[in-house]
Write a protein that binds this ligand. Structure first.
Ligand code: ARG
Length: 646
């Protein structure tokens, strides 16, 4: 039922900021009433006076939380007559009967005023009330605001505001690649280097589950950055240099082996070579000199080295194809020539010093130094990383550099970052600093609570892990009634298997260990990719039954007659918040939470609200369309291909 339009007044408010301008074109009335409780108006919605084109850019740029934050930030700034925006704390209400979001900043701000002897407000509650009064565009934005207890402010979005946002989602784009305009209070790099995946070539020449985490997390971070228009440079810092090659090359030489072997052989050779290296001093010495010869450019060594790299590369490429990853291989060897120059610079700047024959960087806190040239003159992992960081800051001109590895390497990166900072490599012309992040992740555990291994104790090759997930998906799909023929079932199982593995990894907080369980990741009812894909297919099927309907006209009217419709609209409009969290905190799990809650909200809506054939058909179809677009955008960033039919 369309009750009325909330956008009836044309008195512009005084604030000149972004949020205000969001609503200016729609006309915002600023109320100077003393009471704080504003009307609650749920049944309403858009009329053509409240559609997105009237409002200009309704919330495509910002998610709901950021919109509330900006509104409160402006209100507090105005109340305190401050020149620069005051930061506020906004959280979601745990109980949505009270409101959608809350701001608890009145208490700390009051305490601060009191300390400074400012007596403008007698208590935090009166400050909270003044803040509410000063919210720009309050009447458009919120159907209800209330001050509770000592000064907690709760706000409930107006239906017209939510409806405008949902319509905007549908009208403005049909593409799953979301583009979010630059946002307030968010520093976005122009160019980011993301160093991820990065398996080692000779050591464990088959990519294993440890590299899976880096690959999946790194790719999602890249896609999230790109949704804000960041240019990302994906770099695969493969371990293609160093001692392991000395061992392998020496062993192959002793065995008089050419290069006619497979990836699995390479792994076996490495195992034997490592045993020899640890036990046999003569072998060890020869292996070490082989590395020096390789690094110095010995032609024969280089040739065999290249062949070994090529064998691994073919294997990696197959995995990247299955995972839909395209990444530039720029391994450790790439930096070989630069290392001496970079180390020289560090010595000249007094950052690297010789100690017992080795070149060391002493940190401020750590007692053990970072060794950046071994006492035998050889370069190591740290030497390469220093050179790589120098190259990325000075030559690639990155504004942000992200390293995705296991948490075990955090000390290493702390030391590297600290050295780079002291060397001045992070200083930009505009007096800001290049942002460096080590995105650490935990271990993949088996269901027995121990590190994930094969029955015989070896590392689990990624290829067999992925194909196992796919065949389990096929089994489960075959047991369910489906609209798909055999070929389609097989294709769906391939997509679903990969999606399940990716999502099982991404939905955990990355820094903790997680248990790899096929049963859990394939659970249709849990927080899994399978659940998301079924929901996506269900919405797509429903929408395909209404294909002839034009849902994209901005003049459409929406009605929220059921609480579940409103809840779904709120869930939809949080996407930019979720993406922002991924980019700022580098936590892909935030986007998984978004996708999951969106699907839960949709399924609850769908079980209560009839869509096709109901009086609210058009409005509900728009909600479905907005859900499916938003879900697809989230899935795209998570690297998951949506299924349209199941
Ligand atoms: N190859 C390393 C490993 O498997 C990861 C490399 C990460 N990147 C870097 N620049 N250090 O542990």
């Amino acid at each position: 039922m369309i009750v009325s339009s909330l956008c009836h007044s044309r008195v512009h408010c005084q604030h000149s900021s972004f949020v205000t301008s969001l609503f200016r074109r729609g006309g915002v009335r600023r109320r100077h009433a003393r009471h704080v409780k504003v009307r609650k108006c749920d049944t309403l919605v858009t009329s053509s006076a409240c559609n997105p084109s009237t409002f200009g850019s309704v919330p495509t740029g910002d998610g709901l939380r950021e919109i509330v934050k900006a509104a409160f930030s402006e209100a507090v700034t105005a109340v305190l007559s401050r020149g620069t925006l005051v930061d506020v704390n906004i959280s979601e209400c745990s109980n949505n009967v009270v409101g959608d979001y809350q701001c608890n900043s009145a208490m700390p701000i009051f305490a601060e005023l009191k300390q400074k002897g400012d007596t403008s407000f007698s208590n935090p509650r009166s400050l909270a009330e003044a803040i509410v009064e000063a919210i720009p565009g309050r009447e458009h934005l919120f159907a209800q605001t209330s001050v509770a207890g000592p000064g907690f402010v709760n706000v409930t979005f107006s239906a017209s505001f939510l409806a405008a946002g949902v319509l905007d989602t549908v009208v403005n784009s049909t593409d799953e690649k979301i583009r979010i305009p630059p946002q307030r209070n968010m520093s976005i790099p122009k160019r980011a280097v993301v160093d991820y995946s990065s398996p080692n070539i000779a050591k464990a020449s088959e990519m294993h589950v440890g590299h899976l985490r880096s690959t999946i997390i790194g790719e999602t971070i890249c896609r999230a950055l790109e949704s804000f228009g960041v240019e990302t440079v994906r770099l695969n810092h493969v371990g293609d240099w160093g001692t392991q090659f000395g061992m392998l090359l020496t062993h192959l030489h002793d065995m008089q082996m050419g290069s006619d072997f497979a990836i699995t052989d390479l792994q076996e050779f490495y195992k034997v070579a490592k045993l020899r290296f640890d036990k046999d001093d003569d072998f060890k010495a020869r292996a070490q000199s082989a590395v020096v010869r390789l690094q110095a450019g010995d032609v024969q060594m280089r040739k065999l080295w290249e062949e070994i790299c090529e064998i691994s590369r073919r294997d990696f490429e197959e995995i990247y194809r299955v995972l839909d990853i395209s990444i530039i291989e720029r391994g450790e060897s790439f930096y070989n020539e630069i290392i001496p120059l970079v180390l020289d610079e560090l010595v000249k700047k007094g950052i690297a010093v010789e100690d017992q024959g080795a070149l060391c960087i002493f940190g401020n806190l750590e007692s053990t130094p970072l060794i950046c040239r071994k006492s035998d003159g050889g370069f190591n992992y740290a030497s390469t990383d220093l050179a790589a960081l120098w190259q990325r800051t000075t030559q690639l001109e990155a504004d942000q550099i992200i390293y995705v590895t296991d948490v075990g390497q955090s000390k290493h990166f702390e030391a590297i970052f600290d050295a780079a900072n002291r060397a001045g490599w992070l200083d930009k012309k505009d007096n800001t600093k290049i942002r460096l992040d080590h995105v650490g992740f935990g271990l993949v555990m088996g269901e027995d609570g121990k590190r994930f291994r094969t029955r015989s104790g070896g590392t689990v090759p990624l290829r067999s892990l992925l194909s196992e997930a796919q065949s389990r998906c096929l089994e489960s799909l075959q047991t369910r009634s489906s609209d798909l023929d055999d070929k389609e079932l097989l294709e769906a199982s391939h997509i679903m298997g990969i999606a399940a593995v990716k999502y099982a990894d991404l939905h955990n907080n990355r820094s903790t260990n997680y248990v790899f369980s096929y049963d859990r990741m394939l659970d249709m009812k849990g927080n899994t990719a399978v659940y998301l894909l079924y929901t996506h297919a269900r919405i797509s099927t429903l929408l395909s039954r209404a294909e002839d309907q034009d849902l994209t006209s901005p003049a459409h009217q929406m009605v929220f007659t059921d609480e579940k419709e409103r809840a779904l609209a709120v869930a939809i409009l949080k996407l930019p918040d979720a993406l922002r969290a991924v980019v700022q905190d580098l936590l892909p799990s935030r986007l998984c939470d978004y996708a999951y809650h969106l699907c839960v909200a949709y399924n609850e809506f769908y079980s209560t609200c009839k869509v096709i054939g109901s009086p609210e058909e058009k409005s509900r179809l728009i909600l479905c369309r907005a859900t499916v677009f938003s879900l697809r955008r989230a899935l795209f960033v998570l690297g998951i291909t949506p299924l349209h039919k199941l």
